[in-house]
Design a protein around this ligand. Structure first.
Ligand code: MLT
Length: 271
């Protein structure tokens, strides 16, 4: 991993390839490695950047309060630090998608295409927010064991039954990533997720080419909900991947890569 100073943190990131920049933003509470099946393949045609977000993986926590907007600010700062001033194709999964809405809102000049995988636009209901607050409390009470608690709670929701049987080593690897992350950061980010903006009202104004990708059996951002997002956006298409859950890029990399490559070719003139 390379490292660079951004705002009050040291950002760890991978960068590879030449061509138009493609920024890959991971979900919660993961790290850049969730994109490992996309990174090399897409770097044959694009300049691919895959950072660890503030407080996750090898990126430091700093002191700024955690929010989706702060993560978006950090990503913009990373692009500055890398000297990337052309608009990027932003690709996020789940929380990476929530950050994607904020990135579009706050840095419209930096984004020319959007790829949102397994994500939502609506904010949390009070019920969901309360669940997150309870989870954050339990994680904090557990101390360093709280990360394993979070991993055990999340892993069953991330993969389809088919994937859990077909690629158990990927499930185990992702469990390890969550368990290795800092428990305080996981708890704090749960609270930030509970407070995130409702991006529904923004959707009609996001008129850059957008690809929405969702696993057929996604239990966190269901395909029907992502269809509604596609309908609300003026320039979006949605693709559903069969037999797959919330972690489409890990569960069926080839399908995700094909969809991304096809979309990037079709919309090449937009960036
Ligand atoms: C994620 O995958 O980023 C999370 O499941 C998002 C969430 O908890 O809403």
């Amino acid at each position: 991993m390379l490292r660079t100073r951004v705002n009050d943190i040291n950002v760890a990131y991978q960068i590879r390839g030449r061509g138009k920049p493609l920024l890959l933003t991971h979900g919660f509470p993961l790290d850049h490695s969730m994109w490992r099946f996309q990174f090399e393949v897409l770097a044959t045609e694009y300049q691919v950047i895959a950072p660890d977000l503030r407080g996750f993986g090898q990126t430091t926590r700093g002191t700024a309060p955690i929010s989706m907007k702060q993560f978006a600010d950090d990503l913009s700062g990373l692009l500055d630090a890398l000297g990337i001033f052309d608009p990027v194709t932003y690709c996020g999964l789940s929380m990476g998608g929530y950050i994607g809405w904020e990135f579009w809102k706050n840095f419209p000049e930096r984004i020319c295409r959007l790829i949102q995988c397994d994500t939502r636009s609506i904010g949390d209901t009070e019920l969901v927010a309360r669940g997150r607050r309870q989870m954050a409390k339990r994680i904090t009470e557990q101390g360093p064991n709280g990360s394993a608690l979070a991993a055990d709670g999340m892993i069953p929701k991330l993969f389809s039954e088919h994937s859990a049987q077909a690629v158990p080593e990927r499930v185990a690897q992702l469990r390890g990533v969550i368990a290795e992350n800092d428990y305080q950061m996981i708890a704090e980010t749960q609270l930030a997720l509970a407070n995130r903006a409702n991006a529904n009202d923004w959707l009609p104004d996001i008129n850059i080419p957008t690809l929405l990708i969702c696993g057929e059996h996604d239990a966190i951002s269901p395909a029907d909900e992502m269809r509604v997002i596609a309908d609300a956006m003026p320039n979006a298409t949605i693709k559903i991947i069969e037999n797959v859950g919330h972690m489409a890029p890990l569960e069926h990399p080839q399908a995700v890569n094909n969809l991304i490559r096809q979309f990037l070719k079709q919309t090449d003139s937009s960036c």
